[in-house]
Write a protein that binds this ligand. Structure first.
Ligand code: G3H
Ligand code: 13P
Ligand code: ZN
Length: 328
């Protein structure tokens, strides 16, 4: 059934696990996440970005997620809007039936320009007021995702700040975080610790200077009762990169967020871990491989099936790694 994000994250905090929040855009991705969760008994967060709502259409994205609750009535599921850029967008999602919304006030409504603290507090408060009235959950964000390696905001997939950022903007300040949570009364806080969206996060396996799990610990120490959220948390598996490139792809060498770093963060208050890129890579690799090996085939079901299987495999792996087994 659909349940509240707050309830799901509270349980995760009590039991000490983290929940991958998977971005979905179409039928096969929804099916992949559900099948994975079903196999391991995990709770599910399905999240739709503005891009997903545009790609699938609002009715389709809504009913794909509702179909998941019908097909898997025993699995607790949260329907979450990812990266709302304004209170109006969050309101639209709430009206559509989303039980949880992210108001990303770390950026102005253009979704690109870093905002100031007061603006962020104001828009987040506004969304908390409308969401809490109807029992919905709110995720806010303080700090901007960006590369501590290059100083670039790194929005190569079109999501997030653009251009150069200060080092301090890319690392959430624990004291400011405490003020932000106090002022907004949000349910979950996304923090900036050096991750960024998309495949090109790090040019080498990340070390503590470019991926600060230390900062997670400091924020958690200051805010032990706040559910923390990590964005840009795909691990960019090297085997998936290799499959894509082996079958005609041209992705550059790149590194993501190592699973063991995420596991460490889960020990320190991170309850929701956003993953999109890993699913994209899994599906792309599987489609490339299938089509390369079966150039005579043209029934899309035949190549969507291995793509769905590959997505399911990565989802299942993350559920197990983040401690979700049997928690659903
Ligand atoms: O927030 C980032 C997610 O990867 C969503 O990406 O806007 O291309 O759907 P998208
Ligand atoms: P990735 O690009 O690392 O998968 O991050 C997704 C995300 O943070 C969605 O909000
Ligand atoms: Zn994100």
């Amino acid at each position: 059934p659909l349940i509240s994000m707050r309830e799901m994250l509270d349980h995760a905090a009590e039991a000490g696990y983290g929940i991958p929040a998977f971005n979905v855009n179409n039928l096969e991705q929804v099916q992949a996440v559900m099948a994975a969760a079903d196999e391991v008994g995990a709770p599910v967060i399905l999240q739709a970005s503005a891009g997903a709502r545009k790609y699938a259409g609002e009715s389709f994205i809504k009913h794909l997620i509702l179909a998941a609750t019908e097909a898997y009535p025993h699995i607790p599921l949260v329907m979450h809007q990812d990266h709302g850029t304004s209170p109006a967008i969050c309101q639209g999602a709430l009206e559509l039936g989303f039980g949880s919304v992210m108001m990303d006030g770390s950026l102005l409504a253009d979704g690109k320009t870093p905002s100031d603290f007061d603006y962020n507090v104001r828009v987040t408060q506004e969304v908390v007021a409308m969401a809490h009235k109807i029992g919905a959950t709110v995720e806010g964000e303080l700090g901007c995702l960006g590369s501590l390696e290059t100083g670039e905001a790194g929005e190569e997939d079109g999501v997030g700040a653009v251009g150069k950022l200060d080092h301090s903007q890319m690392l959430t300040d624990p004291e400011e975080a405490a003020q932000f949570v106090q002022a907004t009364q949000l349910d979950a806080l996304a923090i900036a610790i050096g991750t960024s969206h998309g495949a090109y996060k790090f040019t080498r396996p990340p070390t503590g200077d470019v991926l600060s799990i230390q900062r997670v610990k400091e924020i958690h120490a200051r805010l032990p009762n706040t559910h923390l959220v990590m964005h840009g948390s795909s691990s960019v598996p090297q085997d998936l990169l290799a499959i894509i490139n082996q079958f005609g792809g041209k992705m550059k060498q790149t590194y993501g967020v190592p699973v063991k770093e995420i596991q460490e963060a889960i020990k320190h208050g991170v309850r929701k871990v956003n993953i999109d890129t890993d699913i994209r890579m899994a599906m792309t690799g599987a489609v490339r491989k299938f089509q390369f090996e079966n150039p005579e085939k043209f029934d899309m079901r035949e190549w969507m099936k291995p793509a769905r299987e590959a997505a399911k495999a990565i989802c299942k792996q993350r559920y197990l790694e983040f401690g979700c087994e049997g928690q659903g």
